[in-house]
Design a protein around this ligand. Structure first.
Ligand code: SF4
Ligand code: SF4
Ligand code: SF4
Length: 398
């Protein structure tokens, strides 16, 4: 469907897209789109004049502002899924131009692209504490994602992203599970896919799926909603049946709770509110498991904000794109909404939302927002670990 849309655009007006083959007088190769090819990149060799109809679209902020948050999908009476069209359209411009729309000098995208090289052997295990139990092969695999990278990348913020990964392994160990952690795990490719870089996305996807299968995993647990969506929906679209189940940690732990295998030992005496990340909520419908976990912790009261579940507000940045005034306003509005509930902690099911919120709390904000800095923003895994009496090292700032 999305490929068709791009094809339609190509037919608009006096040929705004020019194939190199056409310039040479040759017909561009025609292809039948198979389900696997739906994820494939737009044809190569396309030049888009910036002053053409399509050029004005793909080179404007307009195209890059979409967060893929799916809020419009919940409102659209015809289920038009407009944000899905952004991916192939964004892929129509050269990568170096696309990088200009990415925050932090596009470093997050560059790291992901570097990881497509099989020759690159990342030190993925450097953060793993020596006293946790992990396995090389086994049925349950923990897909760590980029959290440990972000502690290095944002070392001026009090993030403690690695805590989330460490907490996950310690929680699983408490349940008697020694999860597989892949020593050469690659970025899931979410951010590359949403910036239209299908070619590199596919490379990462293939490497990860091969490694997961080789490890013998039948269940892949993620804490990051973006990894979750990417493996569960986008990898499956690319490769068909994956032969393994993908599950968010909140769903897995809720199952353990229901089976009586997970019991919270600490009483926290705390009021918290919960932010539904758009990838976990609107994309995958996971609204109840995080709430069930939170409300099962002794002494924890969940006070809801006005915008929750399918009406939740996005944190304002996706795929590290276009972080500016609008994103900051969205973050401050959300922090205000959370603060107004009277909660001491804002719990989110997404470590990236957490980074963006903490970033804004550490900036100069208008006076009327000063009090939102008092909120502690935590990822759900950190709260669960606290309720299980798991001690984690406080984040350091350098
Ligand atoms: S930002 Fe969200 S609501 Fe706006 S167009 Fe994109 S997906 Fe839709
Ligand atoms: S960081 Fe969280 S809220 Fe923001 S786009 Fe990603 S999942 Fe959605
Ligand atoms: S909110 Fe902060 S961490 Fe997030 S993209 Fe913007 S500047 Fe970067």
């Amino acid at each position: 469907m999305i490929r068709d849309f791009v094809e339609q655009l190509k037919k608009l007006g006096p040929s705004p897209l020019r194939h190199k083959e056409q310039e040479k007088g040759e017909d561009p190769p025609e292809e039948e789109a198979s389900p696997q090819e739906e994820q494939k990149p737009p044809p190569t060799g396309i030049e888009i004049p910036k002053d053409s109809f399509v050029g004005r679209l793909v080179y404007s902020d307009f195209l890059w502002r979409c967060l893929g948050c799916y809020l419009c999908h919940t409102r659209c009476p015809t289920n038009a899924v407009n944000s899905e069209f952004m991916k192939p359209l964004r892929g129509l411009i050269p990568k170096d131009e696309a990088d200009l729309y990415c925050a932090h000098g596009a470093v997050p995208l560059m790291i992901a692209r570097m990881l497509t090289s099989p020759a690159l052997k990342p030190n993925r295990m450097g953060w793993v504490p020596s006293d946790v139990k992990i396995a090389e092969k086994g049925e349950i695999l923990y897909f760590v994602g980029c959290a440990p990278y972000y502690d290095a990348e944002f070392n001026d913020l009090p993030l403690g992203e690695t805590q989330i990964a460490e907490a996950t392994i310690r929680i699983l160990n408490k349940l008697g599970i020694e999860p597989v952690v892949l020593p050469e795990e690659r970025c899931c490719g979410h951010d590359l896919l949403w910036t239209g870089d299908y070619e590199n996305f596919e490379k990462l996807a293939k490497m990860n799926v091969d490694m997961i299968k080789k490890a013998g995993a039948t269940t892949v647990i993620t804490t990051c909603p973006e990894c979750y969506r990417t493996i569960k929906i986008d990898y499956a679209e690319l490769f068909g049946d994956l032969d393994f189940e993908v599950i968010h940690l909140s769903e897995f732990l809720t199952k353990m709770l229901d089976e009586g295998k997970l019991q919270f030992t600490n009483t926290l005496n705390l009021k918290v509110t919960y932010h539904d990340p758009c990838r976990l909520g609107r994309h995958l419908g996971v609204y109840d498991p995080p709430r069930k976990l939170i409300t099962s912790i002794p002494g924890v009261e969940l006070v809801e904000m006005g915008r929750i579940r399918e009406n939740s507000a996005c944190c304002g940045v996706s795929s590290w794109l276009l972080c500016g005034e609008e994103a900051k306003k969205m973050q401050l509005d959300r922090l205000r909404e959370a603060k107004n509930t009277g909660a001491a902690k804002l719990v989110t099911g997404c470590h990236k939302c957490r980074i963006h919120f903490i970033c804004t709390q550490n900036e100069k904000v208008p006076e009327e927002f000063e009090d939102v800095k008092e909120l502690e923003v935590v990822e759900l895994t950190q709260l669960v670990a606290e309720a299980l009496g798991i001690k984690l090292k406080p984040p350091t700032v350098s």
